[in-house]
Write a protein that binds this ligand. Structure first.
Ligand SMILES: Cc1ncc(COP(=O)(O)O)c(C=O)c1O
Length: 328
């Protein structure tokens, strides 16, 4: 799904809360020409039972955003706590009663010609109602793309750098034109990197396997959540290692993870069924746990979610460290 925005939505832009239709940038803006921006994506899940909107790990998203802005020497002059507070204010001003997607964006804002960067930075936060991004209940058909994942020494894939998303857009468009639901990109060494907008996990012999963050993948927060849930709640061995393309054809289960896609099972790859072509048991369980956690239903993971109607941010969520999850 793509989210069309209501021009009357209230967004945070230029240090103020303004209607979306008034949040405009100039045609010569550096980031528009050269891709010199860094964005984030945060989900809010509406829970009918509690009549509450829960933001999923907002502080971690803002920490990652600020960290990744350093790659482009963009300064966001607000702390993660202040950014969480801005986001909660947007929830309140827009009176959302549905799932939402929050899109923070920081960019090089000088209006001039010339690729070199300076210290003129701007940032905005937009939140809009958002449903399912990929209809993945029954499982997706993914295709390995002929586009390769960008290399760290060209454009770092670990950050959500605006210009880097040309790579995702080309792969995603190509996959859809070819009848696939999503693209899987290989890196320049021929190993599986990730989907166009999501990380990838494979199950083989009851091990949960995902490429390490040095394989040109985005350092996904959903990926970290899944690693923690799989290890602690399902007792799975979680392994970070390079994945060959042909392992996608012989694995037991395959799924994609991301803020927008959630946990999306893949049941066919390159016209071959994954195992028996059905959503696997581990995938189903990981998906269930993740969405329970995201709606604040799992007590142990309640620290991951921030209820939108509170004026106070809850205590800092614990980062899921790979060491903690005993990843091999
Ligand atoms: C290329 C790419 N990989 C992975 C992800 C998943 O990251 P996260 O789980 O932090 O949303 C995204 C999210 O947008 C992405 O764009």
């Amino acid at each position: 799904m793509t989210a069309e925005a209501d021009p009357n939505l209230i967004v945070y832009f230029g240090g103020q809360y303004v209607p979306l239709r008034e949040a405009r940038i100039g045609i010569l803006t550096h980031a528009l020409h050269y891709g010199t921006g860094v964005f984030e994506g945060i989900r809010g899940y509406w829970d009918d039972a509690e009549h509450q909107l829960f933001l999923m790990r907002p502080r971690e998203h803002y920490e990652r955003w600020k960290q990744n802005c350093r790659i482009l020497r963009i300064d966001v002059p607000a702390s993660p706590e202040e950014l969480c507070a801005i986001t909660l204010e947007l929830m309140r001003r827009n009176a959302f009663r549905t799932g939402v997607y929050v899109r923070p964006l920081a960019w090089k804002c000088a209006e001039r010609i010339g690729v070199s960067i300076d210290d003129q930075d701007a940032f905005a936060v937009v939140a809009l109602p958002f449903g399912e991004y990929l209809h993945s209940d029954k499982g997706l058909h993914a295709g390995v793309s002929s586009w390769r994942r960008i290399e760290d020494n060209a454009i770092p894939a670990r950050a959500k750098i605006c210009g880097a998303y040309v790579n995702s857009a080309l792969a995603s468009d190509d996959a859809r034109q070819s009848g696939f639901d999503e693209a899987i990109l290989l890196n320049e060494s021929g190993h599986v990197a990730e989907g166009a907008t999501c990380n990838l996990f494979m199950v083989r012999s009851d091990d949960l396997i995902t490429p390490p963050i040095t394989e040109n993948v985005l350092e996904g927060i959903t990926r970290a959540s899944v690693i923690g849930l799989a290890f602690r709640e399902l007792g799975l061995r979680v392994v970070e290692r390079a994945i060959d393309r042909s392992e996608l054809y012989v694995c037991d289960e395959l799924f994609l993870t991301g803020t927008a896609v959630g946990i999306a099972p893949v049941v066919r790859v390159d016209h071959r069924p994954v195992k028996d072509g059905e959503v696997g048991a581990i995938t189903r369980e990981v998906r269930r746990l993740y969405f329970e956690a995201a709606r604040g239903h799992l007590r142990a993971y309640r620290k991951w979610v921030v209820p939108a109607r509170l004026s106070q941010i809850e205590p800092e969520p614990q980062a899921v460290s790979l060491a903690e999850a005993s990843v091999i």
